[in-house]
Design a protein around this ligand. Structure first.
Ligand SMILES: Cc1cc2nc3c(=O)[nH]c(=O)nc-3n(C[C@H](O)[C@H](O)[C@H](O)COP(=O)(O)OP(=O)(O)OC[C@H]3O[C@@H](n4cnc5c(N)ncnc54)[C@H](O)[C@@H]3O)c2cc1C
Length: 328
C-alpha cells in the first residue's frame, strides 16, 4: 500500500485539492494526475464500505475487499505524482481570485485553484441492539452490494415508513424466505398496493415490536420481539438514514437538492456545485452513488476541472499577449 505523505513535505499550493480519498476522490485525482496537474488528496480514511468484507458490482474488481481496491488506486495515483495526506479538512475559504485556502483540523493550510469534495456519507443505523455490531456482515442494506451472497437464506427486513416496502420486495428476488418486520408500525401506513405486492412476492409480515438481534458463534441467527418471540433469520436488512458529509460544502453556501433520502449537494453533469471552482462527486452528491458511479463522477469532474484550468490559463496568456506583455 502506498503510504501517505507528511504535511512537512508538501507544497503550499496545488492545482486541485481533493477532499476525501474514496473511489470518487481518487478517481478524480487519477485523471488529474495523468493530465499533469498538481493534486493533493486529503483523506480522513473512513470509506463508507469499510465494514464490508467484499465489494461487488465493480467490473473487473467484483469481490475484491474494499481496502484492497483503495490500495490499488492509491498506488495508481501516486505513480502520477498525486500527493496524499491523512487528515480532515475543516474548511474551504474562497479568496478574491476565485481560488481557495483549504484548512485542515491539524492547522495545516494549503492553497488550491480548484476543489473536489468527495467526502461520502454516513449511514445512521436504526437503534436496535446488535445492528451496529453486525453492520456490513449480516446486517445489510443493499441487494446489489451483498444480495447474491445471501441468496436463498432466511432474510428479515426492517420496515421504516421512509423506506417503505422496497427493500423487502427487492430481496424477494434473491430468496423465497423474506420476512418484513413492521416493528410496531401502524399497518395502515402501508397502502393496499404495498400489501398486494408483498403477498405477490411471497414476503411474510411480522407486526410486533423488535427487541434485539440474536447472535450465536459470531453469526446472526434470529431476531427477538419485545414479546419474547424469536424468529430465525440469518440476514437482517435495515434502511439506514444516509447523511451526506457535506459540512464543507454547506459552509460555502453550496446549493442542495431534495432526494427521497434527504438533501444532497446539487451538482451539474460534471459535478460542479453552485459554488464556482468547487466540484462534488460520489456519495456526498446522492445516496445511489455506488463505487462504480463514484469513480465515474470523479472521472467526469477531473476532466471538467482540467479543461477549466486550461481555458483559464490560456485566456490569461492570450490577454497578456494582446497587451504586449508576451511575444506574439
Ligand atoms: C456496508 C456497505 C457495503 C457496501 N458495499 C458496496 C458494494 O459492494 N459495491 C458498491 O458499489 N458499493 C457498496 N457500498 C457503497 C459504497 O461504500 C459507496 O458507493 C462508496 O464508498 C462511495 O464512494 P465515495 O468516494 O463517494 O465515498 P467514501 O468511499 O465514503 O469515501 C469518502 C472519504 O472521504 C473522507 N472524508 C470525509 N470527510 C472528510 C473531510 N472533511 N476531510 C478529509 N476526508 C474526509 C472519508 O473518511 C472517506 O475516506 C457499500 C456501502 C456500505 C455501507
Amino acid at each position: 500500500m502506498s503510504s501517505t505523505d507528511s504535511s512537512a513535505n508538501l507544497a503550499d499550493a496545488y492545482d486541485v485539492v481533493v477532499v476525501g480519498g474514496g473511489a470518487g476522490g481518487l478517481s478524480a485525482a487519477l485523471l488529474l494526475g495523468r493530465a499533469r496537474r498538481s493534486v493533493l488528496v486529503v483523506d480522513a480514511g473512513e470509506p463508507r464500505n469499510a465494514p464490508a468484507g467484499h465489494m461487488h458490482g465493480y467490473p473487473s474488481r467484483d469481490g475484491m475487499p474494499p481496502a484492497e481496491f483503495l490500495a490499488v488506486v492509491r498506488e495508481e495515483v501516486a505513480a502520477y505524482g498525486v500527493r496524499r495526506i491523512q487528515g480532515t479538512v475543516s474548511g474551504i475559504e474562497p479568496d478574491d481570485n476565485g481560488e481557495f485556502a483549504v484548512a485542515l483540523t491539524d492547522g495545516y493550510r494549503v492553497h488550491a485553484r480548484r476543489m473536489v469534495v468527495a467526502t461520502g456519507l454516513v449511514d445512521e443505523l436504526p437503534d436496535l441492539p446488535g445492528v451496529s455490531e453486525r453492520w456490513g456482515r449480516d446486517v445489510l442494506h443493499c441487494p446489489y452490494c451483498h444480495g447474491w451472497e445471501v441468496r436463498d437464506r432466511a432474510i428479515g427486513v426492517l420496515y421504516r415508513k421512509e423506506a417503505g416496502t422496497h427493500q423487502a420486495l427487492l430481496f424477494s428476488q434473491l430468496s423465497d424466505d423474506v420476512t418484513l418486520f413492521l416493528d410496531g408500525a401502524d399497518e395502515n401506513e402501508l397502502p393496499d398496493a404495498d400489501w398486494q405486492m408483498l403477498a405477490a412476492a411471497g414476503v411474510g409480515v411480522v407486526r410486533g415490536r423488535l427487541g434485539a438481534l440474536i447472535v450465536g458463534d459470531d453469526q446472526l441467527v434470529g431476531v427477538r420481539l419485545e414479546s419474547g418471540q424469536e424468529i430465525e433469520v440469518s440476514v437482517f436488512v435495515v434502511p439506514p438514514r444516509m447523511v451526506p458529509r457535506d459540512e464543507v460544502l454547506t459552509a460555502l453556501g453550496a446549493r442542495t437538492r431534495e432526494t427521497p433520502a434527504g438533501s444532497f449537494a446539487d451538482v451539474d453533469e460534471t459535478g460542479l456545485t453552485s459554488v464556482a471552482g468547487v466540484w462534488a462527486v460520489g456519495n456526498v452528491t446522492g445516496p445511489a452513488e455506488q463505487v462504480v458511479n463514484a469513480a465515474s463522477s470523479g472521472y467526469r469532474a477531473g476532466a471538467a476541472i482540467n479543461a477549466d484550468l486550461l481555458r483559464t490559463d490560456l485566456e490569461r496568456r492570450a490577454a497578456r499577449r494582446r497587451a504586449g506583455a508576451l511575444p506574439s
